[in-house]
Ligand binder design. Structure first.
Ligand code: PNS
Length: 168
């Protein structure tokens, strides 16, 4: 059984993430989307909220499971009995960080390889950070995130603004 883990922050999940999930899940028996719960930065959405949104947008994919994790990605990968980590590469600017992460992970755990998917060109400029920034200033994010996610981002940002939080 081929199991892969796609770890990330997914704060929130974008159309680019979903494209990677769809393509990666077609290649393995099971794809576990791992939602990191120990970000240094305070995320916009809680891990539970991010998991729920991912479950919503992947319900058409029967071999995809979503789970929150904390600690090292490789430890989570081992707990899932997976042999591969999946990551997306949008542009050359992602490469240095992704290479370092893949090499670090492989040096910690030799049995785990990282597979990279090149992001669909239409989504290459999209990031969760950009989504939050555009939404913060009232821009249209419907082209960047799945339809189930759009309103949730606006609502969450509105509640942050109501709380007096200045950050995006
Ligand atoms: O979506 P992101 O924020 O680019 O995902 C980054 C993520 C979660 C894959 C990375 O930060 C990670 O694996 N964090 C867990 C801690 C870890 O394993 N660090 C060692 C790899 S350098």
């Amino acid at each position: 059984m081929k199991i892969a883990v796609y770890p990330g922050s997914f704060d929130p999940v974008t159309k680019g993430h979903l494209d990677i999930i769809e393509r990666a899940s077609a290649l393995v028996d099971e794809l576990v989307v791992g939602v990191l719960n120990n970000n240094a930065k305070t995320p916009l959405f809680s891990a539970e909220e991010r998991v729920k949104m991912l479950v919503d947008v992947t319900k058409h994919l029967k071999n995809v499971r979503v789970e929150a994790f904390s600690g090292l990605s490789v430890d989570f990968v081992r707990r899932c009995h997976a042999g591969f980590i999946v990551r997306g590469l949008r542009a050359v600017t992602d490469f240095e960080y992704e290479l370092q992460m893949a090499q670090t992970n492989r040096s910690i755990e030799r049995g785990i390889d990282t597979i990279f998917f090149t992001t669909e060109l239409n989504y290459a400029y999209i990031s969760s950070t950009v989504v939050k920034e555009v939404a913060w200033y009232g821009g249209d994010i419907s082209g960047f995130v799945p339809p189930e996610v759009t309103e949730k981002v606006y609502e969450k940002i509105a509640s942050r603004k109501a709380d007096g939080n200045q950050g995006g």
